[in-house]
Design a protein around this ligand. Structure first.
Ligand code: FPP
Length: 238
């Protein structure tokens, strides 16, 4: 969700106003996912590197998270959205950690959309904590070295029950992954747009989805193999 600061600057307002405006785009995209029956959405809200921002901006972001966790639960329940936070949450205040747990518990039975908000998250952190778990299990004698394969690593990342992303969207004109879901995005389609996050509304999200729908995902196979497979699928369905 990049571009909140630049949006604010362009409107002659403080950076924090951009983050507040960004919350509206979060609502719009979440509700559009529900309408379109998209089952998983992961938002990168705060990276491990974002702690380096001015203290006042970090504070405002934490307040926004607190307010959203308190204020949005009802709307999430109305939309049948399950909220989970991925990232190293021990760095947050006890109060924020409690709020996170409350919001997760209150939405735990919802199933239309799995909404994951990455906060104090980094893709390398995720892989590192998976490796730590593997080593601990191996040292405890519960895991053979031969059993460590890609699936074993995937199973120990944050929320292994969530499918890998099909589409990776970055707003705000940057064309980098910036340490987001690195392992999980191995086959994700990348979509970069200059639109700043506060301007990323239903229509802009629709453009990203239309662009994705036009792509052919081959997973290492040839176009001919994919087309033959799609023909079989269509025949089986009719
Ligand atoms: C990046 O824009 C955005 C962030 C670091 C914060 C994202 C937070 C929100 C959208 C609001 C809260 C979210 C939830 C889920 C309640 P930037 O500040 O790097 O913008 P810039 O690149 O223009 O400086």
């Amino acid at each position: 969700m990049d571009g909140n600061g630049r949006w604010a600057k362009a409107h002659g307002r403080p950076r924090t106003a951009g983050h507040r405006e960004g919350v509206k785009s979060v609502r719009a995209v979440v509700e559009e996912c529900v309408r379109r029956k998209i089952h998983t959405l992961t938002l990168f809200a705060f990276s491990s590197e974002n702690w380096q921002r001015p203290r006042s901006e970090v504070n405002i972001l934490m307040e926004l998270f607190m307010a959203a966790l308190r204020g949005e639960v009802r709307r999430l329940n109305d939309n049948d959205v399950r909220l989970r936070i991925i990232g190293e949450r021990s760095a947050f205040s006890e109060k924020l950690q409690r709020r996170i747990l409350d919001a997760e518990t209150q939405t735990a039975n919802n199933s239309a959309l799995n909404l994951q908000v990455a906060a104090n998250y980094g893709g390398r952190w995720d892989i590192t904590q998976a490796v730590r778990r593997l080593v601990a299990e191996a040292q405890a004698g519960r895991l053979d070295q031969e059993a460590i394969d890609e699936q074993a690593i995937s199973n120990r990342l944050s929320f292994p029950d969530i499918p890998e992303p099909d589409l990776f969207i970055r707003t705000g004109g940057e064309q980098r992954l910036s340490n987001f879901v690195l392992w999980q995005s191995a086959y994700a389609e990348l979509y970069f747009t200059d639109t700043l996050w506060p301007d990323f509304n239903e229509a802009a999200f629709g453009h990203a989805l239309d662009d994705f729908a036009r792509r052919q995902r081959r997973f290492g196979q040839t176009s001919e193999q994919i087309e033959a497979w799609m023909t079989t699928q269509t025949q089986e369905r009719t």
